[in-house]
Design a protein around this ligand. Structure first.
Ligand code: CP
Ligand code: NVA
Length: 295
């Protein structure tokens, strides 16, 4: 059975730490690995993407492989072919398959029938590749992960869930503040609440994400914006965090909505570094899953 990466919970703590360590090495020496030499990685995008697509394409290329981007409208999936049959065929050509889609069940089906590793590049419930980059950003900023406090304010969505899962695995205290009706279900180790100020108090990092995600019903947008307005990450909220706290956002951002322009472009953000770290973290992940480096 191949190792998949669908939620992040597939990794042991030790594996996660080694993966992040490897990501730091690859960041320092981007062209030092040929782990995917002349191999193909299929990347299925059933939802839009800027960062994930670019960082995965660049990651596979830097590892010496060929990134094969497949948009929904290019696949027979749109004409009724099953994910099972798609998994069988792609597994014959690619050494790994990434998928960005809505329903987690679709990614699960690909993994159930694929004979190569399947990587979740974002589903309605999970965004584990993002969380890897976020942990790398935290670790390079503070020199450690164990004992750090990460406060996430806003919608209890896929990004929040992946931070709770992988942050918890790494020994980070993840606090999540969301309004009633938008909260995350309990995740082991995560501290859930409704008060953003309480969550942020003394935190090392403050994180937010969009209020309307790709898998949300667009007609709920106005209701969501109203409920989430008190959770905006602005200077006043960031002021309650630790004096050297950083601001994080997975992007795309809506300045003036979930994050103020002052924070997004201000001196305490590590958001653009975070976006770069997608590539380094995903290279380590690809080496881990298909490169044989960790076996
Ligand atoms: N953070 C992130 O996944 O961005 P994209 O949707 O642009 O890939
Ligand atoms: N929660 C957002 C993340 C985008 C990277 C979404 O799912 O649309």
């Amino acid at each position: 059975m191949p190792r998949h990466f669908l939620t992040g919970a597939e990794l042991s703590r030790d594996e996660l730490m080694r993966l992040l360590e490897r990501a730091r090495v690859l960041k320092a020496e981007p062209l030092s690995s040929d782990a995917l030499h002349r191999r193909t990685v299929a990347l299925i995008f059933q939802r839009p993407s800027t960062r994930t697509r670019v960082s995965f394409e660049a990651a596979v290329a830097e590892l010496g492989g060929h990134p094969m981007v497949l948009r929904t409208d290019e696949l027979q999936l749109t004409r009724g072919e099953s994910m099972r049959d798609t998994a069988y065929v792609l597994s014959r050509h690619a050494v790994a398959i990434g998928i960005r889609t809505g329903p987690d069940e679709l990614a699960g089906e690909l993994a159930a029938h694929g004979s190569v590793p399947v990587i979740n590049m974002l589903t309605a419930r999970h965004h584990p590749c993002q969380a890897l980059a976020d942990l790398l950003t935290l670790e390079e900023t503070f020199g450690r992960l164990e004992g750090l406090v990460l406060a996430y304010v806003g919608d209890g969505n896929n990004v929040a869930r992946s931070l709770a899962i992988l942050g918890g695995l790494a020994g980070v205290e993840v606090r999540i503040a969301s309004p009633s009706g938008y909260e995350l279900e309990p995740v082991a180790g995560a501290v859930l609440g409704t008060d953003p100020r309480r969550a942020v108090s003394g935190a090392n990092a403050v994180y937010t994400d969009v209020w309307v995600s790709m898998s949300d019903d667009p007609s709920s947008a106005a209701r969501r914006r109203e409920a989430l307005a008190p959770y905006r990450l602005d200077d006043a909220l960031l002021e309650l965090a630790a004096p050297d706290a950083i601001a994080l956002h997975c992007l795309p951002a809506h300045p003036g909505e979930e994050i103020s322009s002052e924070v997004l472009y201000g001196p305490r953000q590590r958001i653009w570094e975070q976006a770069e770290n997608r590539r380094h973290a995903q290279k380590a992940l690809l080496e881990f899953l298909v490169g044989g480096r960790f076996n």
